[in-house]
Design a protein around this ligand. Structure first.
Ligand code: DQA
Length: 146
């Protein structure tokens, strides 16, 4: 059975492409998904990419990842910096999680320096724009094959 990687995106990431392009780049989330699909095929993985502006929806997805899911890539958007509920959901999850950000939150406003996702993630990839997602998928493939 081919492993599926659940790729979860939080609030405002549906606006990628037109949202603060000097920070987040000009790629849309749909385009990033197409890049991830191509990379996943090469890595012999499947992906299931989702986006929600609602914290509870992200928690429901973490709680019910589906039988084929072997790992989670999570860009929780601003919930990264606020959500103890997402922290708790990840802590209860049996799946390895990699935290992903397009920008480097540590090079930005102080309120972005705290992450509730980092302590319950295997690792963090941030600051490489759309490529952060591809690097994270590579890292997950490596992790799962170890
Ligand atoms: C982000 C960084 C967060 O601080 C911000 O709230 C986002 C996007 C990123 O991918 O760089 O919405 O997660």
């Amino acid at each position: 059975m081919t492993d599926t990687i659940l790729i979860l995106n939080g609030p405002n990431l549906n606006l990628l492409g037109k949202r603060e392009p000097h920070i987040y780049g000009t790629d849309t989330l749909e385009h990033i998904e197409s890049l991830l699909l191509a990379r996943a095929t090469k890595l012999n993985l499947e992906i299931d990419m989702r986006q929600s502006n609602h914290e509870g929806q992200i928690i429901d997805w973490i709680q019910n990842p589906g039988d084929k899911s072997a790992g989670i890539l999570l860009n929780a958007g601003a919930h990264t910096h606020t959500s103890i509920a997402i922290y708790d959901a990840l802590k209860a999850s049996a799946l390895p999680t990699i935290e992903v950000h397009l920008s480097n939150p540590h090079a930005r406003e102080p309120f972005r320096h705290r992450s509730y996702v980092s302590p319950v993630s295997v690792g963090i990839i941030s600051g490489f724009g759309a490529n952060s997602y591809l690097l994270a998928l590579d890292a997950m493939a490596n992790l799962l094959s170890a």
